[in-house]
Design a protein around this ligand. Structure first.
Ligand code: SAM
Length: 340
């Protein structure tokens, strides 16, 4: 039902319903992680092509109030670069779903400037934060991200913990010969600090020459390395829901560790996500071959009903699988532009 004012759902022909909206607030980033961005020469979006704060809030409001979205994750690029982030968070936290519930608001960040902003973000209504961190070695960090910012990230994590954004998830991509020897040290560190570590398999989304299936550090390999030194107890799949991580509890502690097998065991069947790019395009999948432009009709005066109709149609055509069938084509955009 997508008639005027009526609630609709973002459902596809495989019975999945999108409840989580990931919004890219900018394609720009403070870092240049090798597997995500080239060192230089990225054609950033011109400012006038990026959604304004009011446009972001309008589209998120439509998703929450009209389209059944319950969780909103702000990402990028680096969302902490977005001026007015706190205000956007506050405006989203003030929305209500059709059932009257407050949407959960989360942030995925590299953490570089989190120390300065954690308190204000919590005050604005932020519920959760995921921080991306691939190594605890300062030199490696600088080589991997092409910026010497590890101390800032660690300070950002500590500030987020003090601000009460727990449990804080730390997302790590392991790469062969670069940081794959850090699986166990990273886990021991996360357990000691009270962070929830999640390893994510490297996906073919960054610069083309940075991904090689044969070199992939798979979820199984990561688990084998962890299990060789740490006793892990599986968390039942029934507690996994649509979350992509397979979870283990570290025996003798309250700590959990997750492994996201995006490439070797993709979880497309349980996917409940839809994405909005920084310039206002709907993507039903990271690997989608098509996008639906909402910005152009919005700026041409489309009303909410028309935007609902376009959004519903964009998700209805979502294929069964985006990656993993061996047939996926890497998207013609970098992860930073799609919104990771
Ligand atoms: N700048 C923010 C951050 O660092 O978390 C948000 C955007 S970033 C694109 C989101 C996540 O995508 C990060 O955890 C990053 O490690 C991950 N990522 C980027 N490229 C990836 C790739 N090719 N494979 C797997 N994860 C990737």
């Amino acid at each position: 039902m997508t008639g005027p004012g009526a609630p609709a759902a973002l459902s596809d022909s495989f019975g999945r319903v999108a409840r989580t909206l990931r919004v890219s607030l900018t394609d720009r980033c403070t870092l240049r992680c090798r597997y995500c961005l080239p060192a230089e020469g990225v054609a950033w979006l011109p400012t006038d092509e990026v959604l304004t704060d009011d446009e972001v809030v309008r589209l998120v409001r439509i998703a929450v109030e009209r389209l059944g979205v319950r969780r909103v994750r702000l990402t990028g690029g680096e969302p902490l670069l977005r001026r007015g982030l706190e205000e956007i968070v506050g405006r989203i936290a003030g929305m209500r779903t059709a059932e009257g519930a407050r949407p959960r608001v989360a942030l995925t960040t590299n953490g570089v400037s989190l120390a300065r902003k954690a308190d204000a973000l919590v005050d604005a209504g932020l519920d959760r934060v995921n921080v991306s961190l691939d190594t605890l070695d300062r030199e490696r960090y600088a080589a991997l991200t092409r910026r010497d910012r590890l101390p800032d990230v660690l300070a950002g994590l500590a500030a987020a913990r003090r601000a009460g954004l727990t449990p804080i998830k730390v997302n790590t991509v392991l790469m062969r010969g670069i940081n794959d020897d850090e699986a166990v040290p990273l886990l021991r560190w996360a357990v000691a600090e009270g962070y929830r570590l999640r390893f994510i398999e490297q996906m073919p989304l960054g610069p083309a020459d940075e991904w090689d299936r044969a070199q992939l550090v798979t979820a199984q390999e990561i688990l084998d390395r962890l299990a060789a030194e740490v006793e892990l107890v599986p968390v039942p799949a029934s507690q996994r829901g649509s979350a992509p991580a397979e979870m283990w509890r570290v025996a003798g502690t309250d700590a959990e560790v997750g492994v996201i097998a995006s490439v070797s065991r993709p979880f497309c069947g349980a996917c409940d996500r839809v994405r909005l790019t920084a310039e206002g395009h709907v993507r039903h999948c990271l690997f989608a071959a098509t996008e639906t432009d909402l910005r152009t009709p919005m700026r041409a005066g489309a009303d909410d009903d028309e935007l609902v109709r376009l959004w519903v149609a964009a998700v209805a055509g979502k294929p069964a699988s985006g990656i993993g069938d061996g047939l996926h084509v890497p998207p013609d955009r970098l992860m930073s532009a799609i919104g990771g």
